[in-house]
Design a protein around this ligand. Structure first.
Ligand SMILES: Cc1ncc(COP(=O)(O)O)c(C=O)c1O
Length: 246
């Protein structure tokens, strides 16, 4: 299944008209987009402004009897900030078991710490779902393939909602070959990690405010975004014009 499709299916399966979903703010926009489509309410809990970490206690405080789902992109998009498995597990122990926690590990391959995943916890927590994509570290965005790790009854419910024949042979064969080629992934990730360290040093040298990233991008405070966008365009770099908040 593709990751974006998993986001849509989980949202469709879990959220109802009356229910509430909690996300960190900022985070990947597709979670709220699909909650909007289901006409559910999205509650946004700001990340810690100083270091970009997810405010777990504030999320717990935002849980109501209507909350059915919490999303966590880890590392988060667009901040790049990574939450340790121990912190996520502590959060899970405090979260009502009726609330599903979806940890989207789209960028987890880029994390310095080896095996920085909460996937093994799925066996222990029925309300935990882990999502992965081959669009990032594997460099296969156009193949449109990813996967989810979850328990029943969610798995069976999602199978009922999913369209039949949702993957082509190309996706299955290509995706399997990519996952089997872990040497290629390791080489790719090592390059990203070393470039990330260099870029972080550059940002420090420039005196810019940024969040420590464990992904393949940085959240940098640049002041006047439009001006920076124009300057980058003149230098031959086209940047996303939706970056208009700070
Ligand atoms: C956190 C996160 N999850 C999921 C996706 C979607 O990945 P895919 O290409 O597999 O749909 C993205 C893409 O930017 C992302 O940033």
């Amino acid at each position: 299944m593709i990751n974006a499709e998993l986001i849509q299916l989980i949202t469709r399966t879990i959220l109802t008209l009356e229910s509430e979903m909690i996300v960190a703010d900022p985070t990947f926009g597709e979670y709220a987009l699909h909650a909007d489509i289901e006409q559910a309410k999205t509650v946004k809990v700001p990340v810690n402004a100083i270091d970009g970490h997810v405010a777990f206690e504030a999320i717990l405080a935002a849980v109501t009897d209507k909350t059915t789902m919490v999303w966590l992109a880890n590392p988060n998009n667009p901040t790049g900030v990574f939450e340790k498995s121990a912190d996520i597990e502590l959060f899970l122990t405090k979260l009502p078991s009726t609330v599903t926690l979806v940890v989207d590990e789209a960028y987890y391959d880029f994390v310095d710490e080896p095996n920085a995943t909460v996937a093994p916890l799925v066996a222990q927590y029925q309300n935990l779902v882990v999502l992965r994509t081959l669009s990032k570290a594997y460099g296969l965005a156009n193949l449109r393939i990813g996967y989810g790790i979850m328990q029943d009854p969610l798995y069976t419910a999602m199978q009922a909602v999913r369209l039949p024949y949702n993957l082509s042979t190309y996706q299955i064969v290509g995706g399997t070959a990519a996952i089997l080629d872990q040497e290629y992934l390791k080489r790719n990730v090592a390059i990203f990690q070393s470039e990330r360290t260099k870029f972080q040093k550059f940002l420090c040298d420039q005196g810019l405010m940024f969040y420590e990233s464990q992904a393949n991008f940085f959240w940098v405070k640049v002041g006047e975004v439009k001006k920076v966008g124009q300057a980058l365009l003149q230098a031959g770099y086209q940047v996303n014009d939706r970056l208009n908040s700070e």
